[in-house]
Design a protein around this ligand. Structure first.
Ligand code: GLA
Length: 376
């Protein structure tokens, strides 16, 4: 296989001047808490998006993704969103526009080549990784000083909210920016404030990717986002995570049964993140595992963003003695289940579980990883 430099050379007839990479992430726990002002734990993973870039003349923007037929060649960054087969380019172009919104230097023109070993649609945040790797590469082309990871995460989220049109929170970009091998990234999304919590030695992370993706996934995410804001408004709070489970209980009848389920999920999930941090600090892995699986059950029954295939995998994993806990990871409505296991959980055991699920999921044995960086 050609290296990224060679692919760039073959596409654009010259060498890249910078290569940046950003990791995907797992959502360890904290499902749909981020845009509700709650807490979340994530980990950057050893699967990446790489962006190679070189400066171009002003007003020449060429973009190519690995496997694409030919580069997109634009005289200007379009004001409107691209649609259809070109819609992937909204991410890098949205990042270029966001640099302007953030008063950061923008290269006047560029050539960009994108490649990745992150499965798209698995809920592992290939979008955020693309945003962050692009931002780092473009800043380097524009001769900018390095920016703080807080700003990098905010920039990526801004691009996604405004130029892709997904009202996501800060989890994906924050984890990709702040990731560190052997650590979980803790985000208090009210700030947001970032910190890290060690991932206990001897634990392993696995992904069981169902490869199913709901056709209306972005629309369903936006619907949940709207439902949460509506519930908060009815309850008279700025954000759902402002309420504890005890404060919520007497207020619950104010909501329709459906909005009550959404709110209960978010409020209890926020509390579970705090409990998980405490259990990690005590080294109580069985307790961590129970919280992970409880989070899944809450997604399944209250937030209703799971699927039968994800539920089936959690049912199977939960019974295995070397599995601490398992849950859907990311937005839901398809994607993947994450499992936290003992180190003696083997590929053969993972395969045996996968074989009982239909369709058979793809398996990834993950390592936690460092965050987004310029690599050359
Ligand atoms: C997606 C979004 C995140 C977060 C999760 C659910 O990954 O991009 O901001 O809301 O879903 O927790």
């Amino acid at each position: 296989m050609l290296s990224l430099q060679e692919q760039f050379q073959q596409t654009f007839g010259r060498a890249p001047t910078v290569i940046a990479r950003a990791p995907g992430r797992i959502e360890f726990i904290g499902n749909h808490t981020d845009y509700n002002g709650g807490a979340v734990l994530g980990a950057a993973i050893d699967r990446y998006v790489w962006v190679a870039a070189a400066p171009n003349a002003a007003g020449r923007f060429r973009l190519q993704s690995h496997g694409g037929a030919k580069p997109l060649d634009l005289p200007a960054v379009p004001a409107a969103r691209l649609t259809g087969a070109e819609s992937w380019a909204n991410y890098p172009l949205g990042v270029w526009r966001s640099l302007g919104d953030f008063k950061l230097p923008q290269p006047a023109g560029f050539d960009l080549f994108i490649t990745s070993d992150l499965p798209a649609g698995a809920g592992l945040s290939s979008s955020a990784a693309l945003e962050l790797a692009t931002a780092l590469a473009l800043l380097e082309l524009a001769g900018s000083e390095p920016i703080a990871p807080e700003q990098l995460a905010a920039l990526g989220r801004h691009a996604e909210n405004n130029y892709v049109g997904v009202p996501c929170g800060i989890l994906d970009q924050g984890t990709s920016a702040f990731g560190r091998a052997g650590q979980l990234v803790h985000i208090d999304c009210r700030g947001p404030y970032f910190s890290r919590v060690p991932l206990p030695a001897g634990t392993h992370l696995w992904i069981f990717n169902t490869r199913e993706k709901h056709a209306l996934i972005d629309g369903l995410y936006a619907t949940r986002h709207r439902e949460c804001l509506e519930a908060a408004q009815t309850l008279g709070v700025a954000r759902l995570a402002d309420l504890t489970p005890a404060q919520f209980r007497p207020l619950e009848p104010k909501l329709t049964p459906e909005l009550a389920r959404r709110a209960k999920h978010v409020i209890e999930e926020h509390a579970r993140v705090g409990d998980t941090v405490a259990a990690l600090q005590r080294g109580n892995l069985p307790a961590v595992g129970r919280l992970l699986t409880a989070s899944h059950r809450s997604s399944q029954h209250l937030f209703e963003n799971s699927t039968p295939a994800l539920d089936r995998l959690v049912d199977l994993l939960e019974k295995h003695p070397a599995v601490y806990g398992a849950r859907l990871t990311g937005g839901g409505f398809g994607g993947a289940v994450m499992a936290l296991t003992r180190e003696d959980f083997s590929m053969a055991e993972a395969e045996a579980i996968a074989a009982q699920a239909a369709p058979r999921p793809d398996l990834i044995h993950l390592q936690s990883a460092d965050g987004a960086a310029v690599v050359r």
